[in-house]
Design a protein around this ligand. Structure first.
Ligand code: DX5
Ligand code: ZN
Length: 217
């Protein structure tokens, strides 16, 4: 179903070759490049920041989709926008002022995304939908790639109903594989993040598996 966009997460890529990995995975059919920013505070892992985003920007022709698993978020929004992020997604759980954060992301010229951890319901989402271009439904507890998929189909269906015909993406993030993708696509998702399922078996030197892995999702 090619109306579904695939957004490989570079968390599963070769950390010594991010630029080349972004170019390779796009050449193999990736629609977006998903960049998992982790601060070791909001999530128990540390990855990379605005400088890495700026460094890989020239190697990405399409959408650079930046997922901020950081708290606080607001002090860093401009740095990620300046680094060239097309979408900046903040977690609802990252602090008390999500409304201000979403305003600041759009104010910085990026599209605004709202990420929901598996434990977070939709109760606080409805009135924010006019402030977002994307809602990211986490199907793992954030921090690591290669985790087991958590089935959030009911939440995705309810969210799709809330969105109605507004141009808002539902992005699914975590544990997406050829086995789990149909489930979330049926529930109403249109952007699927996949790290381990895309990068497994390939490398910058041999990127063909990336294409086969993307096609299989
Ligand atoms: C987890 C990240 C996800 C993760 C996806 O905190 O937000 O994007 O990298 O990796 P896989 O697809 O391997 O679960
Ligand atoms: Zn992510």
């Amino acid at each position: 179903d090619r109306s579904i966009k695939i957004a490989p997460s570079i968390l599963a890529a070769d950390f010594a070759n991010f630029g080349a990995e972004c170019a390779a995975v796009e050449a193999q059919g990736a629609d977006w490049v998903h960049v998992d920013v982790m601060d070791g505070h909001f999530v128990p892992n540390i990855t990379f920041g605005p400088a890495t985003c700026a460094a890989i920007r020239p190697h990405i022709k399409g959408v650079m989709d930046v997922h901020l698993m950081i708290a606080p978020v607001d002090p860093y929004i401009d740095a990620f926008a300046d680094a060239g992020a097309d979408v900046i997604t903040a977690h609802l759980e990252a602090g008390p002022h999500i409304h201000r954060t979403l305003q600041a992301i759009r104010g910085a010229g990026a599209k605004a995304g709202l990420a929901l951890n598996p434990g977070t319901g939709l109760g606080d989402v409805g009135h924010l939908l006019d402030m977002v271009d994307l809602v990211c439904v986490m199907t793992v507890n954030p921090g690591f790639g290669g985790q087991k998929f958590l089935d959030m189909s009911a939440k995705i269906r309810d969210l799709r109903a809330m969105i109605g015909d507004r141009p808002i993406h539902i992005e699914i993030d975590g544990g997406v594989t050829p086995q789990t993708a149909p489930l979330v696509a049926k529930a109403g998702a249109d952007v699927l993040v996949a790290g381990s399922a895309v990068f497994k078996g390939g490398s910058v030197a041999d990127p063909a598996p990336y294409g086969a892995n993307i096609a299989a999702i």
